[in-house]
Design a protein. Structure first.
Ligand code: SAM
Length: 225
């Protein structure tokens, strides 16, 4: 899969995409990441990407023209396997289920908003989807885009090794992943549950399912409704 990120801060992604699973997958060719500087689609000496909102109010908005020009230059002929996603606090909330749906596309292009947001014509006439990563306001869409790229990337074939497989994880079923422990079996007097030390696979599986259910009830009862 190919991920495109349209941003006024291209260096922003040096951190998130330079290490870990996504970086490894990019190096091995399992995915490709292209970062596009929105200012490349401006036509004035100041490389202006923003302007004041009609009707007055705080701050500036990203102008529509550079964004439309950029997307149309990146994909001159858009196909159904290419999806434009606008990052927005007003969007529908991103979930693991949406991440799974996004793995069906060949290419995803993320428009990262800044300032007070983006001219609404981008949401209405250019983006296929408007996604939020949660009910809070970030100062830019880059963090949100990095979150979505990371979540989708680890679901792609060949990206995760067996040791960190995404099969038995939180949100793959109805409940959270089970709590887990590693060595030592006794740390400061806090002991690992006996069932996990038994070596009895069926018993361990049963215990884990029950522990996952208890944790879900305690921390995320909304998932069980
Ligand atoms: N005025 C906007 C509002 O109240 O909905 C907030 C604009 S925010 C300061 C600037 C940019 O950050 C947005 O255009 C969007 O791209 C990004 N952003 C902010 N919160 C976000 C969230 N929860 N999820 C995804 N992107 C977000």
């Amino acid at each position: 899969m190919k991920f495109h990120l349209l941003t006024i801060f291209p260096d922003y992604f040096e951190g998130p995409f330079r290490q870990g699973v996504v970086a490894r997958a990019a190096q091995s060719g399992s995915l490709e990441i292209k970062i596009h500087d929105l200012r490349n689609w401006t036509h004035d000496v100041h490389r202006t990407v923003d302007d004041r909102p009609f009707g007055g109010g705080e701050g500036m908005l990203l102008k529509p023209a550079p964004i439309f020009d950029a997307v149309e230059a990146i994909w001159p002929e858009r196909t159904l396997k290419q999806r434009v996603i606008l990052l927005s606090a007003q969007g529908r909330k991103f979930t693991q289920q949406i991440a799974r749906e996004l793995t069906e596309y060949d290419e995803l292009l993320f428009i990262c908003g800044r300032y007070e947001g983006v001219d609404e014509r981008v949401a209405e006439h250019l983006a296929d989807d408007e996604l939020s990563i949660g009910d809070y306001v970030l100062s830019g869409g880059e963090l949100g885009a990095a979150v979505i790229v990371d979540t989708v990337a680890r679901l792609l074939p060949g990206v995760l090794g067996n040791e960190d497989s995404s099969v038995n994880e939180s949100f793959t079923g109805d409940i959270l992943d089970c709590p887990q422990w590693t060595r030592p079996a006794d740390f400061r007097g806090w002991k690992v549950p006996d069932a996990l030390l038994s070596g009895h696979h069926a018993e361990i599986a049963k215990w884990r399912k029950q522990a996952a259910m208890e944790k879900t009830k305690r921390l995320r009862p909304d998932l069980l409704r």
